[in-house]
Write a protein that binds this ligand. Structure first.
Ligand SMILES: C[S@@+](CC[C@H](N)C(=O)[O-])C[C@H]1O[C@@H](n2cnc3c(N)ncnc32)[C@H](O)[C@@H]1O
Length: 308
């Protein structure tokens, strides 16, 4: 089965366990991984089945953590060049924070405490640090953060679930997330409330997700990805599961209206909703995101939220 809007290249997973701050950089393990191999985490014995079924907070978290641990190497090999080590790219369209300024003018980032959620290899945090901000890069996957260590940077990396942030109230001026966490969680309001809690009054949270319209289409970059194949209104999660029926990857769908309601339910104000257009310079494909589809339907939605 072709997933409706799969963010990850081939297959993924995650868990709710709160992890300590990473202390032991396993730089060599990550750096010496041969191209194309996936060495982290335990192997999945057989090709999982893809289905649509309910998946709760704990199951989604556990499944996605495992997926990202197993597939981080492949993900970074496949997308690392496009992402750049220290660029801040909001999605496969290539919209760059340098031009978008969704977190505000870059010159005003100096000295700001910024939390990046679902940071992966922390490319965005590296860009923030280069502009004088004080980023903290948080991710559920230990292996993704090992890639952050491999690339380098002098800011904290925290292995934790976005639904249970290990920070005191009002610790950050800004928060951001480029496709991190929110496409994968069963309870997005919980994540939004956590982010609001750790933001200072007047703080801003900007997050990108797969544009909800993509759920109704096959996740294919070519013409086969242009015909509606399912209901936009069907919120049943996309689940890949092993032979025992255990989820090994989960993606959750929210309609645009759901996302707006989630933001409001978490007591944020929605100040902008950006739908980046596919630029002529970008000839790259990223899974189901392609110049062909990007010229016709949006692929990314970016929510700009503020707390009072
Ligand atoms: C598509 S990647 C995005 C990472 C990075 N922004 C990028 O563009 O490469 C999604 C990231 O979200 C992380 N993630 C998934 N669920 C999460 C959760 N509940 N809490 C924190 N991070 C999560 C994954 O481990 C993964 O690194």
């Amino acid at each position: 089965m072709t997933p409706p809007g799969r963010v990850a290249p081939r297959r993924l997973r995650k868990s709710t366990t709160r992890e300590p701050i990473i202390q032991e950089p396993d730089v060599h393990e990550a750096a010496e991984t041969p191209e194309g191999s996936v060495s982290a985490g335990s192997a999945v014995s057989a090709e999982p089945d893809a289905t649509r079924r309910e998946a709760g907070v704990a199951e989604s978290s556990r499944a996605n953590r495992g997926w990202w641990d197993r597939n981080a190497d492949e993900y970074q090999i496949e997308h690392g060049t496009f992402l750049g080590d220290d660029r801040f790219v909001w999605g496969p369209e290539g919209l760059d924070e340098v031009e978008a300024e969704l977190l505000g003018p870059p010159e005003e980032l100096k000295g700001k405490d910024v939390l990046e959620i679902g940071a992966g290899a922390a490319q965005c945090s590296r860009w923030l640090a280069a502009h004088g901000a004080r980023p903290v890069a948080l991710d559920l996957s230990h292996r993704q953060l090992q890639h952050a260590l491999r690339i380098g940077g002098s800011f904290p990396l925290v292995c934790a679930d976005a639904g249970d942030l290990p920070f005191a109230d009002a610790s950050f001026d800004l928060a951001c997330s480029a496709y991190g966490a929110l496409p994968f969680v069963a309870d997005p309001v919980r994540v939004l409330r956590e982010v609001r809690r750790v933001l200072r009054p007047g703080g801003r949270f900007v997050f990108s997700v797969t544009h909800p319209i993509r759920w109704a289409f096959p996740d294919e970059p070519g013409p086969e990805g242009l015909s509606v194949s399912g209901s936009y209104f069907d919120r049943t999660p996309y689940v890949e599961q092993d032979e025992a029926g255990r989820a090994v990857y989960v993606e959750h769908h929210r309609t645009i209206g759901d996302r707006v309601r989630d933001v409001v339910a978490a007591d944020f104000r929605l100040v902008d909703l950006v739908e980046p257009e596919w630029p002529a310079w970008n000839t790259s494909e990223w899974g189901g995101w392609s110049p062909l589809r990007g010229g016709l339907i949006p692929g990314t939605a970016i929510f700009v939220c503020e707390r009072d």
